[in-house]
Design a protein around this ligand. Structure first.
Ligand SMILES: Cc1cc2nc3c(=O)[nH]c(=O)nc-3n(C[C@H](O)[C@H](O)[C@H](O)COP(=O)(O)OP(=O)(O)OC[C@H]3O[C@@H](n4cnc5c(N)ncnc54)[C@H](O)[C@@H]3O)c2cc1C
Length: 108
């Protein structure tokens, strides 16, 4: 059986943040490259899980004008509060110095 075939310079499997950023970067480096992103979800983003907390450094590097482009990121984190639950009703608030750096989200 002869199958239809389409040729691309680069094929990326998965339109998650990694695949999409790789595709954008490749096109930034060489706009002539033909890049295909294959996604098994019904649409881009359909399979992404997120608590909607976002550290924007990588986006700044990839698309410095992301805010002007209308990215729907509008609420910077103003403070972090991390609690250690001792039971269902009792919790201790951890002081900032006791919270690991990756859990500091102010400004994200
Ligand atoms: C519950 C939960 C909450 C989270 N909350 C946050 C958060 O608040 N902030 C944050 O920064 N990160 C969060 N994360 C982490 C974040 O989701 C991942 O770090 C990020 O999605 C990883 O991106 P990725 O591109 O590597 O993989 P993925 O996002 O998993 O993308 C992979 C893509 O490939 C597709 N795919 C897989 N196999 C195939 C195939 N054979 N053919 C075609 N397509 C395929 C999938 O459908 C998917 O769309 C959370 C994760 C979870 C589980």
């Amino acid at each position: 059986m002869e199958r239809e075939a389409m040729e691309y310079d680069v094929v990326i499997v998965g339109a998650g943040p990694a695949g999409l950023s790789a595709a954008i970067r490749l096109k930034q480096l060489d706009s002539e490259l033909s890049v295909m992103v294959l996604e098994k979800g019904s649409e881009v983003g359909a399979h992404i899980l997120s608590g909607a907390l976002f550290e924007s450094r990588a986006l700044e590097e990839l698309l410095p004008d992301w805010q002007a482009m209308g990215a729907p990121l509008q609420t910077p984190v103003s403070e972090d509060q991390v609690y250690l639950y001792r039971s269902e009703t009792a919790a201790v608030k951890l002081p900032a110095f006791a919270v690991p750096a990756p859990m500091h989200n102010a400004g994200n």
